[in-house]
Every structure is written in structure tokens, then in C-alpha cells.
Design a protein around this ligand. Structure first.
Ligand SMILES: [Zn+2]
Length: 323
């Protein structure tokens, strides 16, 4: 209820009501409302600068959480990078070296992506820097993994070949130790049993009774089993591939034919004294790329270190060969 105001009229000697004009009242009201609205608006605007709404608080929390998640992802990428780096190191310095493959150059492993900007869609946000950096790292990591995986495929292939090579090259004694009478003579200068002259002996002589089994020293194919080679008598040649050929001479009998495939340890013939020979023995040679090399380096497959040492000692004595 609005207060009714009065004034004293001296003329009529009575109190009269003060009548306020209606338009004026409306003006007052409008002014008051505008002022109140403005004040309210300014107050809300100022407080909103300092006080967050619940929705804003929730969004901020979400954003902070996302940043933590990104940091964690980056840490995980760090770990993955480290693991990958150690695999790459092993790959370059052990696997590829062992299989005689060239190491993959660092530039090739770490190569980024040139050309167009792949991260354009991610630009223009508050967190663009973080998101683009993380994306870049993951892309590079992915590429490194592809390079590494290809390298391992190559290594697997090389390992398979190496296995074949290891099975192929001559690696055991052609006559077993139990049946061996002695190692008569090794590779090097020896006295010729017939002429008594000092002559280079290109193989190794294993003395054993006539009929003692002779074994193929590596996987391969028999390329000769005949007596048409001067001095060798009945002899066998096995082609092992990779440039290796082994030769077994002065045989009493053959157990294989030309073109037959043999495995390491297969019985191929028997000790005899055919050809230019001074008594039953096996004359054994190894060719690498058509050159005769010292067979003592090729017995690691079957001998203990002690047996190998004693073999080396006996084989290096300059004595008379049996040829
Ligand atoms: Zn000989």
C-alpha cells in the first residue's frame, strides 16, 4: 500500500491529499527498473569473471583430465620408443651383423612424413600443440615399427638360408674317431711317400683299416664317384653349394652314385688304398671356390675341444704323407 501524503491548505484550513501525477509515477518506476536491471547485469557480469558456473567447472575438469590422459599416452609412447630403440639396436648390431646384412641407416628408420600437412584438421584449438605433437610421435613410431618388422622378415629369410648353409658346409670328420687308427698327415708341406721329395699335401690323411665307413661331412650332391682322376683312385666329390666341395680319395668301395643327394653323416663309401696310396687311408680335401683349403678348420661339428686340439697338433706335424 502506498502511503497517502497530505498537505495543509491555509486557505481552506484543512489537510488535503497530495495527488501525484500518474505519468510521473510511471517514469519513476521505469527509471528504478532500468537501474536495477543494469545493476543486476553488471553484478552478474563481474562475478562471472571470478566465479565459475558448475558447468564450467565440469568442463574444466574434463579438460584437465584429458591433458593428464595425453601426458600418460606420451609417457607410454616414450616407453614404446625405448623398447623399439633397443630392438633396433639389437637388429642393427647383432642380427644384421650376424647374417651379414647391412644395418638399416638411422635416417631410414626415423624418417618422418614430408609433403602435405597431415595435421591441418587438428590446428586452431587450445590444445592443438599437444595433440599434433602426440599424433606426430605415434605416426613416426608406427613407421619405425613397419621398418623394423620388414627388417625382421629379411632376417628370418637370411636365417633360413644360413641354416641351409650350416647344414651344407663340411663340418664333421669323414671317419669317426673310434675307427680312426691315427691322423697320418695334415694339410701343408709333407714328404712324398713315393718320391721322398718335399711337396705340398692339399688334404688330410686319416689312417683306418680297409672297409672303414666314410661319412659325408655336409649336405650336398655327389658330383663324382669314379676313378678317372689321376692319383685319387676311387674317389667321391660332393658339391655342398655356396662354393664348397669335399673330396674323398683312395676308396675301397662306393656307397653312393653320381647325382645322388646326401645328408651330413650319410655313409658314402669305405676306406681303401686305390690310386696313388701307401696303405689304407682316406685322403680328404675341401675346396672353396675351386681352391683347396685346410680341412682342419671344418671339424667343429663333431669334436670336443680336446679332440680338436690333439687333431690340430697331429695334423700340423711335418711328416710323410700317405697321399
Ligand atoms: Zn693324402
Amino acid at each position: 500500500m502506498t502511503k497517502v501524503k497530505y498537505y495543509y491548505d491555509p486557505e481552506t484550513l484543512s489537510y488535503r491529499k497530495i495527488e501525484r501525477k500518474k505519468r510521473r509515477t510511471f517514469k519513476y518506476a521505469l527509471f528504478f527498473l532500468t537501474a536495477a536491471a543494469l545493476f543486476g547485469f553488471i553484478t552478474v557480469f563481474i562475478t562471472s569473471q571470478y566465479v565459475e558456473s558448475p558447468k564450467e567447472k565440469a568442463l574444466k575438469r574434463e579438460l584437465a583430465n584429458m591433458q593428464i590422459q595425453y601426458d600418460m599416452l606420451n609417457k607410454k609412447m616414450d616407453e614404446a620408443s625405448e623398447v623399439l630403440a633397443s630392438i633396433e639396436h639389437r637388429d642393427n648390431n647383432i642380427y644384421r651383423v650376424y647374417f651379414e646384412a647391412n644395418p638399416i641407416p638411422e635416417e631410414q628408420r626415423k624418417a618422418g612424413f614430408g609433403g602435405i600437412n597431415r595435421y591441418k584438421d587438428l590446428e586452431g584449438y587450445d590444445n592443438s600443440k599437444l595433440i599434433i605433437a602426440s599424433n606426430k610421435r605415434l605416426d613416426i613410431l608406427q613407421k619405425q615399427i613397419v621398418v623394423q618388422s620388414k627388417s625382421l622378415d629379411e632376417i628370418a629369410k637370411l636365417a633360413e638360408d644360413k641354416e641351409k648353409l650350416l647344414a651344407a658346409i663340411p663340418a664333421i670328420q669323414p671317419v669317426s674317431n673310434e675307427e680312426l687308427t691315427r691322423i697320418a698327415s695334415g694339410y701343408g708341406y709333407r714328404t712324398d711317400p713315393f718320391t721322398k721329395a718335399r711337396k705340398f699335401h692339399y688334404g688330410m690323411d686319416f689312417t683306418a683299416p680297409r672297409g672303414t665307413p666314410i661319412y659325408a661331412t655336409g649336405d650336398g650332391k655327389v658330383i663324382r664317384a669314379d676313378n678317372r682322376s689321376t692319383g685319387y683312385g676311387n674317389h667321391i666329390r660332393i658339391d655342398h653349394g655356396y662354393g664348397y666341395v669335399s673330396l674323398y680319395a683312395h676308396l675301397y668301395k662306393y656307397n653312393v652314385k653320381k647325382n645322388q643327394k646326401v645328408k651330413r653323416g650319410d655313409l658314402i663309401g669305405f676306406v681303401g688304398s686305390t690310386g696313388r696310396s701307401q696303405g689304407p687311408h682316406l685322403h680328404y680335401e675341401i675346396f672353396k671356390d675351386d681352391k683347396r683349403i685346410n680341412p682342419t678348420n671344418f671339424y667343429y661339428g663333431s669334436l670336443t675341444p680336446e679332440e680338436y686340439n690333439s687333431l690340430l697338433e697331429k695334423a700340423s706335424l711335418e711328416n710323410q704323407s700317405l697321399d
